[in-house]
Design a protein around this ligand. Structure first.
Ligand code: GTP
Ligand code: MG
Length: 210
């Protein structure tokens, strides 16, 4: 790594129209487009930003693509080397939530070892309590979280329209990914104790023989 700044690839995942590209645009240049009509993402976009965590800078590269591309040949490069997946659903559309376990399976199969963060988008569209309709309720979310306790590394609710929760989410993801790398490095260092290398043991054995 030329700059020495820890760098992480994060892929956006989830149903059509849940706001993946809107999250991407907020990340890239803090803009929002209220598109009319269906405009699915075609091709592949990526954007890198440096996040200041106070004591440490961390680079996040967000990758965005549409469902059709994920299924095409682009798919493998999309998943390759991903450190994390931001799994998105729309908080006012239960269908995009009920299908999440399939997406989790897809991530586990294609991006081995990637951490999974859950993001409910469009909180600006939630009505007052008691008027849930097709919205994802707190009970739905609690149930899902208890089913996949160890699978999720973070759970967020955001709105790309009014931009609430987004910067906090990007920072938290950067923090979790960085901390995970640090603790893995510490674990690895602790496992290699002085005098434990096979070569040394061999040398000692030989000396004893002579
Ligand atoms: N009200 C509201 N609308 C949103 C929000 N986020 C996205 N949208 C709208 O939802 C629609 C779909 O958003 P996209 O970002 O294109 O969704 P996508 O997941 O990238 O869709 P695909 O590329 O088809 O997979 C657009 O019309 C957006 O303007 C939000 O937080 N609030
Ligand atoms: Mg899109």
């Amino acid at each position: 790594m030329a700059t020495g700044i820890p760098s992480f690839k994060v892929i956006l995942h989830g149903e059509y129209g849940v706001g993946k590209s809107s999250i991407f645009r907020r990340f890239m240049n803090d803009t929002f487009t209220q598109a009319t009509g269906k405009q699915s993402t075609i091709g592949l976009d990526q954007c890198t930003r440096t996040i200041d965590l106070g004591s440490q800078n961390v680079k996040l590269t967000l990758w965005d693509t549409g469902g059709m591309e994920r299924m095409s040949f682009i798919g493998s490069s999309y998943y390759r080397g991903a450190h994390a997946a931001l799994l998105c659903y729309s908080v006012n559309n239960k269908d995009t939530f009920s299908i999440l376990s399939q997406y989790i399976l897809d991530i586990v199969m294609n991006a081995e070892g990637a951490k999974i963060f859950l993001c409910g988008n469009m909180t600006d569209q939630l009505g007052p309590e008691g008027s849930e309709g097709n919205a994802v309720t707190d009970t739905d979310l609690d149930q899902f979280m208890s089913q996949c306790q160890d699978v999720l590394s973070g759970v967020y609710r955001v709105s790309c329209k009014d931009s609430s929760g987004l910067e906090e989410m990007f920072r938290d993801m950067a923090r979790v990914l960085h901390q995970d790398t640090m603790s893995r490095m510490t674990m690895r260092r602790d496992m290699i104790r002085p005098g434990d290398t096979p070569e040394r043991e061999q040398t000692t054995e030989k000396k004893r023989c002579c």
